[in-house]
Ligand binder design. Structure first.
Ligand code: GRF
Length: 201
């Protein structure tokens, strides 16, 4: 499997530490901290810097070329901060996963923790989903919910969610690689009797 990152790469690190077969990590930013971690673990790394391309299409084509050089069975977006073209998404359809820091379909897009606090929701969380052309939509694989406390701030809430991201993303990737994920009418079914959510008080 191959992981795309833009920064810290803690979700990628969680996958590596869970024993998943991460064979390559690609970043759109040369200064992504996660690249050093991956290299230190002997994982192939590459940078496709988005600034070097005039259009989204040109960047996505270069990214696809870099990805395909590794022949990955699964491409996992993990804090990859680029909107992908529909052509790119179609190319990897069915083997492209993303993690989003909210309980989708609530709070698509950016600043999810601040928006959750502003909305006064009492449960927040994270979602692993297959990527489709619609931003932060696509068949949901697994979710984790966390409580929102009365005096939470964005930092505390983000940390509580991130701890769960590190649990559910490796799980989702494992299910995918084991061939356990079936999409039927836009809904993911996991073969066997597995819980598709967890709640972390
Ligand atoms: C995570 O919160 C992820 O859900 C979001 O971006 C953040 C990336 O963190 N898409 P990291 O780079 O995996 O540490």
């Amino acid at each position: 499997m191959l992981v795309l990152i833009s920064g810290r790469g803690s979700n990628m690190q969680a996958m590596v530490e869970a024993g998943l077969p991460v064979t390559a990590v690609i970043s759109n930013r040369a200064d992504a901290a996660g690249l050093a971690y991956a290299a230190g673990r002997g994982i192939a790394t590459a940078v496709v810097a988005h600034g070097g391309y005039a259009t989204r299409e040109a960047f996505d084509a270069a990214l696809a070329q870099a990805i395909d050089g590794f022949h990955p069975d699964l491409v996992a977006l993990a804090g990859f901060m680029r909107i992908l073209t529909s052509g790119f998404v179609q190319r990897y359809e069915g083997r492209l996963l993303n993690i989003h820091p909210s309980l989708l379909p609530a709070f698509t897009g950016l600043d999810t923790h601040a928006r959750a606090l502003a909305a006064g929701v009492k449960l927040h969380g994270c979602t692993v989903h297959f990527v489709t052309a619609a931003l932060d939509h696509g068949p949901i694989v697994i979710q984790a919910a966390v409580p929102v406390f009365a005096h939470d701030d964005e930092t505390r809430l983000a940390a509580r969610v991130l701890a769960q991201e590190h649990r559910i993303y490796p799980q989702a990737a494992r299910w995918f690689l084991d061939g356990k994920l079936v999409i039927e009418n836009g809904v993911v079914r996991i073969e066997g009797d597995h819980p598709q959510q967890l709640y972390a008080p």
